[in-house]
Write a protein that binds this ligand. Structure first.
Ligand code: ADP
Ligand code: MG
Length: 677
């Protein structure tokens, strides 16, 4: 029988081309994907509250229908229908607007469950347009799926129900039975059925536990396998040119930078004939670029080519210009991004395959098929969490097992690092360049934004610059401040100052110009979306103001804050948020209390769980799907299990590991072929 992952979604009964397209947008391409498309949250109808005990905005009650009043029209042409219900103790009025069919669906003297929003105005409690179901309905925990304009959560639920009937009675469970027993995990079929349509809360928890465990175990095994089957490599560096590189720098490297460089150089000398596979982790501003540049320089001076990949054009360009200046003519360096002109691009491609370019810096453009190297010796990826392992692998495949250096400024908590970076050796830069001052951080509400702006004005009058970050580009239906409007209004307000706008929808040239003007001090305030989040370096800027700060994860805020405090001036970060929610406030307060990225990362993980840790960005191969679920304890359990399995059966050939092997092949694709061929 073919795998359900091989059956396209439009083969499912009831799904036409339109729905299939909407589903593909949600990442659901096959029936298997649909079954693995877990609910975002659930409506719990299983524990209704008494009417007298209603205390939340959204709730579920169980009550008899006493009376249904006839529809009446109120002003604005709305039709109102009132249903009076009683739970044996108290009465409650339920109101439906413009829904004349309700009285055909609800009968008086019958008991129902109602789930809806409570309105508390005019001293009277009413429930507004609740959903309802008979009290004996079988499923009382209703899944809520991520939806889009083409398909609703309800529709998805219906199709999932269909899809689940296609599962064979006995499904092969990737987690071997002895492990399931040891960690008290339910079987796969039970888990899949109950993650979608839980029988009760405890079944739902069983399902979540089991699926989280599985997901983490697969990640650990996939990464562990990669690590234990490192590729042979004959690329070795004879001479260490790091001292020569240091002499080019306008500053003295810190001890931590030197240590990281030495660790890399040792790998490059390649005594064991295995390629370097190293992560350099260091807080924002710790000077990772210098380390990477030094390694590129050493590799290039030994006659090998280097590919340096950055996640955004801005960053690639910045690295390019600073390295070009540093190296002058001692090594040949070029830039390749999506906006490189055809003619220039062809020249670069030729020079690369002829070996006339020593270091190529670029974006994802570097992994396209037509990029060929003569003798690629080193691949560097900056801000590694922005790239998947597959993209890394693609770039590596352009040489004969070149060395790999990845850099990350998102400090990743140790437990999580084991999962997403399990295949890498790690160097930590735990020291900041000297004379850095702490960036003072404040959390304010929008009603004192004016004061914040006049503070920014003062800084600019001193010759400094400022960033203002807004979450979105264009004004959407929500009230989030859009960068475009914001920049326009700000320019009007601060007419004597120059305000520029930077966002992801601008083309490369426009972005480059805006960034250049800011870097040269031509513009004083840069209003931007998060495109500036990673890496950008303008040491003269001293204020980072972030609007709707609650929309960002802590690690992301820390990244943004890292854009200031990079020079010799005292810097400030202003977080603007009107959210009253206590948890959100606590989260944002963490930013005001510490500047230490590792501490922030630990807090972020604890507060939001691994599923949300990296925000929407890709952070490896597969996203953690079980958001908001505290699986932190499983991080270590699954690591233990993965190690045990690999130590007994390192190519997963035992019969009890057959299903596990198949799952890893599915999730890791070509990346796993290195060890699971
Ligand atoms: P990140 O680690 O966030 O990538 P960068 O490499 O962009 O940090 O470095 C941040 C800033 O610090 C840059 O302006 C860089 O020139 C400067 N810098 C790096 N190392 C040192 C050092 N040892 N002494 C002084 N300044 C340094
Ligand atoms: Mg950087």
């Amino acid at each position: 029988m073919p795998s359900l992952f091989d059956i396209p979604i439009n083969n499912l009964y009831g799904i036409g081309e339109k729905k299939a397209a909407a589903m593909r947008k949600l990442g659901i391409k096959s029936i298997g994907d649909l079954i693995r498309f877990y609910p975002r949250t659930y409506e719990d109808w299983s524990s209704p509250v008494k009417i007298s005990e209603i205390n939340s905005n959204l709730c579920c009650i169980r009550a008899f229908v006493c009376e249904i009043s006839p529809t009446s029209a109120i002003k604005g042409g709305k039709q109102v229908l009132k249903v009076r219900v009683c739970d044996g103790f108290s009465f409650l009025s339920i109101i439906y607007f413009n829904n004349p069919y309700i009285h055909r669906l609800i009968e008086t003297d019958k008991e129902y469950l109602f789930y809806g929003r409570i309105n508390n105005s005019y001293d009277r409690i009413t429930m507004v347009s609740p959903q309802f179901m008979p009290v004996n309905a079988p499923n009382k925990i209703i899944p809520i799926y991520p939806q889009n304009s083409g398909i609703s959560s309800k529709n998805i639920a219906k199709f999932v129900k269909n899809a689940l009937t296609l599962l064979p009675t006995e499904i092969k469970d990737p987690i071997p039975i002895n492990i399931r027993k040891k960690y008290n995990l339910c079987n796969l079929k039970f888990a899949l059925e109950n993650i979608h349509f839980p029988k009760d809360i405890s079944s739902l928890n069983m399902a979540k536990n089991r699926l989280s465990f599985e997901e983490l175990l697969l990640m650990q095994l996939g990464m562990g396998g990669l690590k234990s089957h490192k590729a042979q490599s004959n690329i070795c560096i004879e001479n260490d040119y790091s001292k020569e590189f240091y002499s080019l720098l306008p500053f003295t490297p810190t001890n931590a930078q030197k240590r990281a460089v030495d660790e890399c150089v040792k790998d490059l000398k390649n005594i064991n004939k295995t390629a370097m596979n190293r992560l350099v982790q260091g807080d924002v501003g710790s000077g990772k670029t210098a380390v990477a540049s030094c390694i590129c320089y050493t590799t290039a001076r030994n006659g090998y080519q280097c590919a340096f990949m950055a996640p955004t054009e801005i960053l690639a360009e910045q690295h390019y210009y600073s390295l070009k200046k540093l190296f002058s003519n001692s090594v040949n360096i070029a830039l390749l991004t999506g906006s490189t002109k055809i003619k220039e691009k062809n020249q670069i491609l030729n020079a690369l395959s002829d070996g006339n370019i020593d270091i190529i810096i670029g974006t994802h453009a570097l992994i396209s098929d037509n990029v060929e190297f003569k003798n690629l010796g080193l691949v560097v990826t900056d801000e590694q969490h922005r790239f998947g392992v597959a993209q890394r692998a693609k770039l590596l495949s352009k040489g004969e097992n070149p060395h790999l250096l990845v850099m990350s400024a998102t400090p990743i908590p140790r437990t999580l690092a084991l999962v997403v970076l399990g295949d890498l050796d790690i160097s930590v830069i735990d020291e900041m360049p000297p004379n850095r001052m702490k960036t003072d951080t404040f959390l304010i509400s929008s009603n004192i934004r004016k004061r914040a702006l006049s503070f920014i004005q003062k800084e600019i009058d001193k010759g400094r610059q400022a960033y203002i970050v807004c979450p979105l580009v264009e004004q959407g239906e929500s009230d989030l401040i859009s960068a475009q409007n914001y920049a326009r209004n700000l320019q009007a307000q601060l007419s004597g100052y120059t305000v520029a706008l930077l966002h992801g929808k601008m083309n490369g040239k426009e972005k480059e110009q805006v960034m250049k003007d800011f870097a040269n001090g031509k513009t004083q305030i840069l209003v931007s979306t998060t495109v500036i989040e990673v890496g950008v370096d303008v040491p003269n800027s001293t204020v980072m103001m972030i609007e709707n700060a609650e929309r960002f994860g802590l690690s992301q805020l820390h990244q943004l804050r890292g854009r200031v405090g990079r020079g010799k001036h005292k810097s400030y970060c202003i977080l603007v948020s009107d959210i009253k929610n206590k948890d959100t406030k606590t989260r944002l307060q963490v930013m005001c209390q510490t500047n230490n990225g590792f501490e922030i990362a630990e807090q972020d993980l604890a507060l939001r769980g691994p599923g949300n840790f990296f925000g929407a960005e890709q952070h490896g191969l597969t996203d953690f799907k079980l958001h908001n679920f505290n699986v932190t304890n499983y991080l270590e359990d699954t690591q233990t299990v993965a190690k045990e399995i690999l130590s007994l059966d390192n190519k997963l050939t035992f019969p009890e590991h057959k299903a596990l092997r198949a799952e890893i092949k599915r999730l890791f694709g070509s990346v796993s072929s290195q060890w699971l061929n």
